[in-house]
Design a protein around this ligand. Structure first.
Ligand SMILES: [Zn+2]
Length: 283
């Protein structure tokens, strides 16, 4: 599943290749891609025709293209990709929607093999689409306020990893980056939030910023100039991971074998030495 750094890489690509251009035709090739657009695929195509893309923005894993005061909002789901390329190239069967531009240049394709992603029109949504207004700022946004977030985290009665994944507190941190940031901050994932110091929470978000920055550097070099891509399977950031998906392998800091615990129907990876289990954890 694409995480925040991959989505930010896509946003940068869209900013470079789509902003300033006017949509000629919007073609919905699979109705499921626009299932959140309640007026239906024909209406979706009609409202987008002739609109000029004025920006490329992101909050957490949501992307949107402001079109004047309105916006086209995208969520990539498990397997979504936004591809910019030669409009004459063959259209794969996974392409769910396609946008051509009045300049006849590269087109934009929404490809989504597993169809969990979606596109939706957001009237008046240029600054922040109403559908995602309940989602908290992510750590890369200017609106991100660490002091206020620290207070809210310490006021919760939960485990720190559950807090990191809670989109009403902070958005864009998925399972992989939560485990990596906790390892950097030497915190066990079940640590009760009320026992964390301000300094520990600051260290945790320093870790979040570091892993995001490393993944962005890796992602920024992985696509060529006309190919905006996100691919949850290829995982160009895998090389940099210290603990995630590495059960039994040595911790890069101390050499102890990385442990895997079940967590919310998924897994948590941590170092048993660097990240000791709390006496009273919140699992
Ligand atoms: Zn260790």
């Amino acid at each position: 599943m694409p995480e925040l750094p991959e989505v930010e890489t896509v946003r940068r690509g869209l900013e470079a290749h789509v902003v300033g251009r006017t949509i000629d035709q919007a073609e919905v090739r699979h109705p499921r891609a626009v299932r959140r657009h309640l007026a239906g695929p024909d209406d979706f195509a009609a409202v987008l025709r002739g609109r000029t893309v004025t920006g490329a923005r992101r909050r957490g894993k949501y992307l949107w293209l402001p079109l004047g005061d309105d916006a086209l909002l995208a969520h990539l789901g498990m397997s979504g990709q936004l591809l910019v390329g030669d409009p004459q190239r063959p259209v794969s069967s996974h392409v769910r929607a396609r946008f051509t531009f009045t300049d006849g240049g590269p087109d934009l394709r929404f490809s989504d093999q597993r169809t969990f992603g979606h596109l939706v029109w957001s009237a008046g949504g240029a600054v922040l689409p109403g559908l995602i207004a309940h989602i908290a700022p992510d750590p890369l946004e200017a609106a991100f306020d660490l002091a206020a977030l620290t207070q809210r985290i310490r006021a919760r009665r939960t485990g720190i990893k559950r807090a990191l994944l809670d989109q009403s507190l902070v958005s864009g941190i998925g399972n992989i980056y939560a485990d990596e940031a906790l390892w950097r901050a030497r915190l066990h994932w079940a640590r009760p939030t009320e026992t964390l110091t301000r300094r520990q929470i600051a260290a945790l978000f320093t870790g979040v910023h570091e892993v995001f920055a490393e993944a962005l550097r890796a992602g920024g070099t992985s696509f060529d100039s006309l190919y905006v891509n996100v691919d949850g399977e290829s995982g160009y950031f895998d090389r940099a991971l210290a603990v995630y998906g590495r059960a039994g392998e040595p911790c890069p800091r101390c050499g102890a074998p990385v442990r895997r615990d079940p967590f919310m129907n998924r897994s948590s990876y941590s170092c048993p030495v660097c990240q000791p289990r709390p006496r009273r954890g919140r699992w």
